[in-house]
Design a protein around this ligand. Structure first.
Ligand code: NAD
Length: 308
């Protein structure tokens, strides 16, 4: 199993580290345009191998796509991150050019690859890869919901005073501060709806904290977060590489599901060796449907800024 991660910055390196530590891939190639940067990150990570007990070989390259040839899975994290006060949508000008160029280079050298898009605005960047890469629709996956759901579970556990392992929950919709749809109605603590334990007021707070999860960290760190994003990407990579058939909310091209077409937005999917094996349609109530519709309008507005 060969995995390429483009962008050896905060998220790319964190993702490569988690993939290596989980020890399911034979090789991870880190690629960056900054001369020597990916080589340095790869060497540093390889020097943790004997300490962390993994055999995955990590190599770093500067812009040399020939070294990525034959990758089963490619992750795109290249691009600029948010600074405090910025929205993800504001990154489109620079990141669209980078993502288009990177995905076409990846597909040239690995025509059978599955691509996971991380660069923001992620739903629109995923849509861009759909429109420009020529890959089948099941092979293009946007990572946002897996991270947003992890942040949701963190906030739910905090409100419940419970361990995170007791909590289950999912965030669908667009990967933006206003677009996320945390499914509070379906969240559970050991199969019991969390609404049984948390007041409506506290639940609203959980929802708000979840939606601004990324912005809160960007304000604290001065740039966007990397540990949880890296871990979320590595979970998707593992589900595909190990054919786990695990369910995650991912940004996926809809063709009628959830009443939408020609849009990439967060919905639950089953991930396995073929990438997206199935889009799972869950019954939403009227409020959730309205929230999804509004979220989609926001994503479409950003998609309209693309020069396709
Ligand atoms: N989808 C999500 O949930 C999520 C979460 C966190 C961050 N992000 C996004 O991921 C992206 C990366 O964030 P980061 O914190 O790692 O940023 P970073 O600045 O630390 O790293 C980005 C790296 O991309 C490299 N790069 C730029 N152009 C390139 C190109 N054409 N080819 C190859 N490499 C190139 C840069 O040299 C840099 O090393 C940002 O767009 C950020 O908004 C998404």
């Amino acid at each position: 199993m060969k995995v390429t991660v483009v962008g050896a910055g905060a998220v790319g390196a964190s993702c490569a580290e988690y993939i290596a530590i989980k020890n399911f891939a034979s090789e991870v190639v880190l690629l960056d345009i900054k001369e020597g940067f990916a080589e340095g990150k790869a060497m540093d990570l390889m020097q943790t191998a004997s300490l962390n007990g993994f055999d995955t070989k990590i190599t770093g390259v500067t812009s040399d796509y020939s070294k990525t040839a034959g990758s089963d899975i490619c992750v795109i994290t290249s691009g600029i991150p948010r600074k405090p006060g910025m929205t993800r949508e504001e990154l489109i000008g620079i990141n669209a050019g980078i993502v288009k160029d990177v995905s076409s280079n990846l597909v040239k050298h690995s025509p059978k690859t599955i691509i996971i898009v991380v660069s923001n605005p992620m739903d629109t960047m995923t849509y861009l890869v759909h429109k420009t890469s020529g890959l089948d629709k099941n092979k293009i996956i946007g990572m946002g919901g897996a991270l947003d759901s992890a942040r949701f579970k963190y906030r739910l556990a905090e409100a419940l005073g419970a361990p995170i392992s007791d909590v289950d929950g999912m965030v669908i919709g667009g990967h933006s501060d206003t677009g996320m749809v945390p499914l509070t109605r379906l969240a559970t603590r050991n199969s019991v709806p969390v609404t049984k334990f948390i007041s409506e007021e506290r639940m609203n707070q959980v929802m708000e904290d979840t939606k601004v999860g990324g912005a809160t960290l960007t304000k604290l760190l001065g740039t966007s977060a990397w540990y949880a994003p890296g871990a979320a990407v590595s979970a998707l990579v593992q589900a595909i590489a190990c054919d786990q058939k695990k369910m995650f909310p991912c940004s996926v091209m809809l063709n009628g599901e959830y009443g939408m077409k020609d849009i990439c937005i967060g919905a639950p999917v089953i991930l396995g060796r073929n990438g997206i094996e199935k889009i799972v349609e869950i019954e939403l109530n009227d409020a959730e449907k309205a929230h999804m519709k509004e979220s989609a309008e926001g994503v479409r507005k950003t998609n309209d800024l693309l020069e396709l």
